[in-house]
Write a protein that binds this ligand. Structure first.
Ligand code: HEC
Length: 438
């Protein structure tokens, strides 16, 4: 309930802003004899404006409680909002006394206008980020392919860990932007940590905030990178865990550090996926026509995250674990744009066999997560039609091991090993996906 009321804040705030601006305008007009009659109406307008402003403040305070916005960013927004409300009230009380002295009136008007605009702007910055009024896109670092011939000789921090940070984190955590007061662009900054202190406890992944964040459920507000950004791949998560577990140093080379088989595989994958010499096989995807953007809106309105993977070719990644409706109805909508879906994440949902009845329409699907669902053998009967499928996660589904043998999987998709016994992960060997998040 609290969260629900808190989430009304972004909706509510538009009311006092609009109403109080109109109020100011009418107040100005009212000074003219001709418009004298406006006065009583404007008094009503004032009370509605102030009433909605107070409601906005209450919902805003609740929102600050349930959201993850940094305290410092909220500070100014909160206090400008309260000041604005008080200033308007003050004006209302003394307006008839100052009314015929233009200096005061104009002074007050400028003050009120300024404070209302400042409040709105600071609120906008909170929700949309600092550059939301600028035309510049997110600063996306340009990532060079790895230039390492022998991965065993690579430096663990410089070549692996920093590479992952550069690719996935520094667009928000660097000299230009320091979300959560954290920089991840050099080793020193990584050790320094952010707003809530150190993010790494060397040798202890259980008490390292950074590891906790990347392991959180993707739908969690604190997950890093945040919703809408491509999450780290399993092998990248594994490498970061390994680095912290083995002391989070910046001197060691890969071959100087002990590793288990899952880490060894993660290192191999890292090398394969990011090297120039052996780029992963890219599926040539045809350029598709645009579809009605209302479908995306519809999916978002029922709680799906829709991320474009490539702009020109119109391919998307869909994540449904916050879906409010049943996965059956999500799939009903999705099948209209089935060919556009390259990645589909149904983990932890009520997906079952009947929600997958149109699966074979998703002809460009490359990655499919069905883990922690009720999916069984019937749902997978058409899976062999998905020729581009490179990754399939069937961890904790209704499938029995004996049934696996009878399913026709797309060619080249193989059970990955070594993996824990109750895990069913399938992937083309060239794209190998390994460790399960613990
Ligand atoms: C799109 C922007 C964005 C990206 C990309 C991003 N972060 Fe963040 N990060 C934030 C924001 C905003 C906060 C502060 C809000 C919060 O605490 O959740 C934050 C906070 C954090 C914190 C907590 C800092 C503290 O002391 O409270 C950690 C740790 C973190 N990020 C790690 C990462 C890692 C690791 C990556 C890359 C894998 C990453 N972030 C990528 C936006 C981002």
């Amino acid at each position: 309930m609290k969260t629900f009321i808190a989430h009304l804040h972004p909706l509510l705030v538009h009311l006092p802003i609009g109403i109080l601006l109109v109020y100011l305008l009418l107040e100005y007009l009212r000074r003219n004899e001709k418009y004298k009659l406006i006065a009583p109406i404007n008094t009503i307008l004032f009370f509605i404006g102030i009433g909605t402003a107070v409601l906005s403040i209450i919902t805003g305070l609740l929102n600050a409680d349930v959201s993850t916005y940094p305290e410092d960013d909220i500070f100014w927004h909160k206090w400008t909002a309260i000041t604005t409300t008080l200033l308007f009230t003050l004006y209302f009380i003394i307006r008839n006394r100052i009314f015929y002295q233009p200096v005061y009136v104009i002074g007050f008007f400028i003050l009120l206008l300024f404070s209302i605009v400042a409040t709105g702007h600071l609120g906008g910055v909170l929700t949309h980020g600092e550059n939301y009024l600028s035309f510049e896109d997110d600063i996306q670092p340009e990532i060079q392919p790895l230039q390492i011939k022998n991965i065993e000789e690579a430096r663990v921090y410089e070549d692996l860990v920093q590479y992952i940070f550069n690719k996935n984190c520094i667009s928000c955590h660097s000299a230009q932007k320091q979300k959560g007061q954290l920089r991840l662009d050099t080793y020193q900054y990584v050790l320094t940590g952010g707003k809530s202190g150190q993010i790494i406890k060397s040798g202890d992944i259980g008490h390292s905030e950074m590891i906790r964040r990347i392991l959180l459920d993707e739908s969690d507000d604190k997950h890093m990178p945040p919703k809408g950004k491509l999450p780290l791949r399993d092998f990248e998560v594994q490498l970061l865990k390994w680095w912290v577990q083995s002391g989070a140093g910046n001197q060691q080379h890969v071959n100087e550090m002990g590793k288990d088989s899952i880490t060894a595989m993660a290192i191999k994958q890292f090398h394969q996926v990011f090297s120039q010499q052996s780029a992963p096989i890219q599926v040539e995807r045809p350029v598709l026509n645009k579809f009605d953007p209302a479908i995306i809106k519809q999916l978002q309105s029922i709680g799906c995250t829709v991320t474009p993977l490539t702009q020109q070719e119109n391919y998307y990644r869909i994540v449904a674990f916050n879906a409010k409706d049943s996965i059956y109805s999500v799939m009903e909508i999705l099948q209209k744009i089935a060919a556009h879906v390259v990645e589909l994440k149904l983990s932890f949902t009520n997906a079952n066999d009947s929600s997958l009845q149109n699966l074979s329409k998703f002809i460009h699907l490359e990655k499919l997560w069905l883990d922690h669902t009720e999916v069984g053998i019937v749902g997978l009967k058409n899976i062999s039609n998905l020729k581009d499928l490179k990754y399939l996660n069937l961890f904790k589904t209704n499938l029995k091991e004996t049934e696996i043998a009878s399913i026709q999987f797309p060619k080249e998709l193989q059970l990955i090993s070594p993996v824990p016994k109750d895990t069913l992960l399938m992937a083309r060997d060239s794209v190998m996906v390994s460790a399960i998040k613990q």
